[in-house]
Design a protein around this ligand. Sequence first.
Ligand SMILES: Cc1cc2nc3c(=O)[nH]c(=O)nc-3n(C[C@H](O)[C@H](O)[C@H](O)COP(=O)(O)O)c2cc1C
Length: 359
Amino acid sequence: MPSLFDPIQLGAITAPNRILMAPLTRGRATREHVPTPLMAQYYAQRASAGLIISEATGISQQGLGWPFAPGLWSDAQVAAWKPATQAVHDAGGRIVAQIWHMGRQVHSSVTGEQPVSSSATTSPGKVHTYDGRQPFETARALDIAEIPGLLDSYARATENALTAGFDGVQIHAANGYLIDEFLRDNANFRTDAYGGSVDNRTRLLREVATRVASVAGADRTAVRLSPNGESQGVNDSDPASLFVPAARQLSDIGIAFLELREPGPDGTFGRSDVPHLSPEIRKVFDGPLVLNSDYVTLAAAQERIDAGVADAISFGRSFLANPDLPTRLANGAPLNEAVMATWYSQGPEGYVDYPTLAA
Ligand SMILES: Cc1cc2nc3c(=O)[nH]c(=O)nc-3n(C[C@H](O)[C@H](O)[C@H](O)COP(=O)(O)O)c2cc1C
């Protein structure tokens, strides 16, 4: 079995190691969702990742409700992403853009309109806004006539990502956001071609993946799913019957890689008693499979590769706090702890000031 330090082909992207950086929202863009120079510094610091998956990046203002998160729908955003992708490439790295429609997990004070979802539902809990956390608003169901426009937004964001210098895109279909709200049966009550049967609930994912692949090439299109257990109120009564066929469809499209966020019962960023579906998904997904969540030690990550379930592992908080994570894992060096207070704060503190090992 390969080691985490062996290269891997992820579609068209050659990653020099299998230690990927998981997507991490950090809120360092402007209020207009334009990337800042600080972001170039942050990503370049982490260029030794086999591949960087960027923070979730909005495909449209309708789909982006996270304060100070970046977007990819305007020329200003494209221009401001260029120094970041260039800095990563100059430092010898690779980066794909995670493209995002947040569905019902937004507030109208940020997006300027009522949230949209598969159905008229309300997310539990509170939503981040520029004025602190507020109760969620009830979403309206997307009209079927709006789906072509939605697909156009994904296509445009993909085109923009490539223009901005990204090496590809990852479709964010996890964590209770729009595509996940179509996939899972506690959020999707539609009676049209996008609701009901598994084939109908996976239709939007399939259409988005096909459309994005038509722009970027399937070999530069990746997908992230969170198959096991509840995410931000979104859940499914029979995850295996949904996510195994979904993975098979993505395999047929020929995407570059599939990443699964699978928290366990002792997870520290979400937890779930629902068994991991990765062994079942592995059997039907022919491309590289990347696993995530709570892989803190090298041994735990390598074990999934040795077991034949994963081809690579993505690290979230470890990469957030350790710009030189691959070197630290290789040397058995201690890891810096990620400081939660600055996960989503603005400015350089807790962002570009995590130390690397002394040279
Ligand atoms: C600060 C922070 C921001 C995150 N932002 C995103 C995101 O933008 N997109 C996404 O798919 N997951 C996001 N996640 C989830 C991570 O990608 C990852 O699944 C999670 O941190 C668990 O992996 P870890 O145990 O390696 O940290 C975020 C997690 C954290 C801690």
